[in-house]
Design a protein around this ligand. Structure first.
Ligand code: WT7
Length: 642
């Protein structure tokens, strides 16, 4: 019997055991029964974490868009595939059926071909949350081009770094975007980025805000006239199971962003299977994930996972606060949303607004609530459970990463009893483990350690674009023969997992994964700055906010410190984007360093947290006296309002 849809706890344990005992057999059955293949595989899995090399369904031939679109046409042609809800609530929502999606993706795919894009070429997509974003992603997949979506909140510098890292030939963008009451000049940002990207020879521009933008002759083309001319038929490129499907950048604790490479067959199978079970999706449900397609959540659980199941997936262009803080709930009522998937930072921001904006709306369509991106604190969990789910809709606290491609630790709603702040149990096929600092596995329950995974799953990223060594060093070197997640976790008395947070120099701010090193590099660009160190500190809406310790070159610097703070944040905005701005900046004369010159961030973190009673061992510091001076100087960061 097929194990595609898990319906009760007994079944979960049974299927879980089977998936662990014989993973190849288990995934083969799922792949065989629920997807469309041009040719089946010769081998289900081969892997070696020491290289690392992981291959799923080797020898198989397929195209993911045939699975996400074509195979639904006979039975679901007139069903809504994508339901687009615009930024402005008085603009009409758009229902794109599977048939229309097929035509639009094929037209777009033909335009890409006509513009010289071939299988294996990289295409950068820098678009707001409008239908063209999902359609261009699928159009790339249709012809075997590798898409690299860059979140349209990133700056020109961040965009050009990503374009150059993977040698994109083309950029797909729009004239601009709406963000609540504001408009953003996306094309202007692209123009600036492309000044340093010599490999891009064509830019396709969608019209969204009808602003008067500059079109560069020979390089820039309006998208719509090309689409109008293109045919609605485009044969799907036949892909190998392990051909790259996309690159998606994520921040690391050091250096430049990592272009995580996801491949075709395993990614498809795993995102589809998790979507079906984690959201208990039923045929006529309307599913809404509020993430942006610029992040992995949007790739896996707005586009590929839902469409592979023939679902109706909502794309929302706007923000939760526009025209007021009731917007999410208004949309839930308007489209009768059944599954709602969002981030803790949004829940906390909305909880602050009081219940009036919630109670105005009928939320009775909701069946399942999801949370992703960072640990959900107890208060936010209860607010979500009580006021949005009315204690009737289970919360799935889903733990996963850009690198994992799909959800890894999660309750299955109506199957796994939930527990506030716990991501609960591993999903089918996932073998998590906790490691101690000496590299030993921690057995038993009621323990905590570093979260690793012992065995490959189908959607694990296969490499970092252009840097396989970094892939190995980052994920497979800390513990032998294990994938290291970078997170700490604890396991309770019944084996439920709770993710406690990052154990490296990545800080999650409003659900965005930010590495400290690139932000420090940006701060150090300021001509007055000699050195800087950035740590996180708790923030009631963002989860964490950033605290910067900055050493100025000239100790007698007389310039207004608040101006310097603004200038530093301006540089961060230009280099990375506004999401990486510092909430607090403390000017200091020194930073605590070990004898080998490494900044002791543990101490800086404690000071930023106001937790100075026990700073731990400072005896290995080269300059222990600096610690007291930083504590004394902290008020200059706390008391300022800028
Ligand atoms: C990091 C990955 C997965 C898509 C969005 C983020 C943190 C994610 C949870 C959760 C606690 C979580 C982890 C992880 N994280 N989900 N449910 N509970 N922490 O993807 O940007 O690659 O970030 O987000 O620290 O390592 P990402």
């Amino acid at each position: 019997m097929s194990n595609y849809h898990i319906k009760h706890l007994e079944e979960y344990y049974q299927v879980y055991r089977k998936s662990i005992r014989c993973p190849e057999h288990f995934w083969e059955e799922i792949a065989e029964e629920h997807f469309m293949w041009q040719k089946k595989w010769n081998n289900v899995l081969s892997w070696d974490f020491s290289k690392p090399e992981i291959k799923w369904f080797e020898g198989a031939k397929l195209n993911i868009t045939e699975n996400c679109i074509d195979r639904h046409l006979a039975t679901r042609g007139n069903k809504t595939a994508i339901l687009f809800e615009p930024n402005n609530p008085s603009e009409l929502a758009e229902h794109i059926t599977y048939k229309q999606l097929s035509e639009r993706v094929n037209r777009f795919a033909n335009v890409l071909k006509q513009e010289g894009i071939k299988k294996g070429d990289r295409v950068c997509i820098y678009l707001p949350m409008i239908p063209e974003l999902a359609i261009s992603v699928l159009a790339c997949a249709r012809i075997g081009a590798i898409h690299s979506v860059v979140f349209a909140g990133f700056s020109a510098t961040a965009l050009s770094t990503r374009i150059n890292d993977s040698d994109c030939k083309m950029v797909i963008t729009s004239d601009g975007s709406y963000r609540g009451p504001k408009t953003i000049d996306l094309k202007g940002i692209v123009d600036e980025a492309l000044e340093s990207c010599s490999g891009v020879n064509s830019v396709l521009v969608a019209k969204r805000i009808h602003s008067g933008i500059n079109m560069q002759n020979g390089r820039d083309k309006w998208l719509q006239p090309l689409l109008d001319e293109a045919s609605i038929d485009c044969k799907a490129e036949i892909m190998d199971a392990e051909d790259p499907l996309f690159i998606l950048y994520t921040s690391g604790s050091t250096g430049k962003p990592k272009g995580m490479v996801h491949t075709t067959a395993g990614y498809m199978v795993y995102t589809a299977y998790t979507f079906k079970n984690v959201f208990q999706y039923k045929e006529d449900d309307i599913y809404w994930c509020t993430a942006d397609i610029g992040w992995i959540t949007g790739h896996s659980y707005i586009v590929y996972g839902p469409l592979a199941n023939g679902a109706t997936t909502v794309m929302f262009e706007g923000v939760p606060s526009y025209p007021d803080y009731g917007r999410f709930w208004e949309i839930v009522e308007k489209h009768k949303i059944n599954q709602f998937y969002t981030a803790p930072t949004a829940i906390r921001a909305l909880a602050k607004q009081g219940l009036e904006v919630v109670e105005k709306h009928d939320l009775s369509s909701l069946k399942v609530l999801g949370s992703v991106g960072e640990p959900i604190n107890e208060e936010a969990w209860h607010w979500y459970n009580d006021n949005i789910g009315k204690k009737q809709s289970p919360i799935v606290d889903t733990w996963w990463q850009t690198e994992t491609g799909g959800i890894m630790i999660t309750p299955i709603p109506f199957v796994t009893p939930t527990k506030p702040t716990y991501a609960t149990l591993p999903f089918i096929g996932i073998q998590p483990t906790l490691m101690d600092e000496n590299g030993n596995e921690i057995k038993g329950n009621q323990v905590s350690g570093r979260l690793c995974v012992k065995f490959p799953w189908p959607s694990i990223a296969r490499t970092i674009w252009g840097n396989h060594k970094r892939y190995k060093d980052t994920y497979f070197s800390a513990y032998e023969n294990k994938y290291f997640t970078g997170d700490g976790a604890l396991r309770d008395e019944v084996g439920y997992y709770r993710i406690t947070g990052r154990v490296d120099d990545v800080i999650i701010v409003s659900g965005h994964n930010l590495g400290t090193a690139p932000i420090e590099d940006a701060v150090n660009e300021h001509p007055a700055v000699a050195e800087s160190a950035i740590v996180g500190f708790p923030h009631d809406v963002k989860g964490n906010a950033l605290y910067g310790y900055v050493i100025l070159k000239d100790v007698g610097e007389t310039r207004d410190h608040n101006n310097l703070r603004k200038e530093i944040n301006q540089i961060i905005t230009e280099h990375i984007g506004p999401i990486a701005k510092l909430d607090k900046i403390q000017f200091t004369e020194g930073l605590p360093k070990t004898r080998s010159g490494k900044i002791m961030r543990r101490i800086l973190r404690k000071i930023a947290h106001n937790d100075i009673s026990n700073l731990g061992d400072t005896s290995t510091l080269l300059n222990p006296e600096v610690v007291q001076s930083i504590i004394d100087g902290k008020k200059n960061a706390d008391n300022t309002n800028w």
